[in-house]
Design a binder for this molecule. Structure first.
Ligand code: MG
Length: 165
């Protein structure tokens, strides 16, 4: 798919091959595809219970509207899931996506040990996707800072309200 001199980072996972120059959408997971509201209480504890918070994501309910929206997109449009979840739970995430029959092509999780602000991380990865020639048409996120960042990059972005992020 991408130039042969591009090494696929270990925190990128593919469900299918992506022809270069593909049209794409970028979709967040928590608060956009996955209803994470039932595990927010782990983050209200001090210290925050991150491990339990992420482990509980296996039980998240699907946000049906966004799942349907992805199904309605032309199947030539690549679905990139760009999430602040650590790659330590990438397998759990892939299983959840499969169990819930959610359409996706590339999952980008946060490298383990990366404590960059989520918005900085997403900006870095988005610029990399643009450099690789992906034609990104739309981004979906429930964090207003991410929506703003995408718009700053000139990418139309749709805010999905979750009430947490
Ligand atoms: Mg989110």
């Amino acid at each position: 798919m991408f130039d042969s001199d591009f090494t696929i980072p270990p925190h990128w996972q593919f469900a299918s091959s992506i022809p270069s120059g593909s049209e794409a959408v970028i979709v967040d997971i928590d608060g956009v595809l996955a209803n994470a509201s039932k595990r927010q209480h782990y983050l209200e504890q001090r210290p925050k219970k991150w491990q339990l918070f992420f482990a509980a994501s296996a039980e998240d309910e699907v946000i049906e509207e966004v799942k349907r929206l992805l199904e309605l997109l032309d199947h030539k449009v690549v679905v990139v899931l760009l999430t602040g979840r650590p790659s330590a739970i990438a397998e759990l995430t892939v299983n959840w996506l499969g169990r819930n029959s959610i359409r996706w092509d590339l999952l980008i999780s946060r490298p383990d040990g990366d404590y960059m602000l989520a918005t900085k991380f997403k900006e870095f990865e988005t610029k990399r996707l643009l450099d690789l020639g992906l034609r990104i048409h739309l981004c979906l996120d429930d964090d207003p800072s991410n929506v703003e960042m995408y718009r700053r990059l000139g990418l139309p972005s749709l805010y999905i309200h979750s009430g947490y992020y």
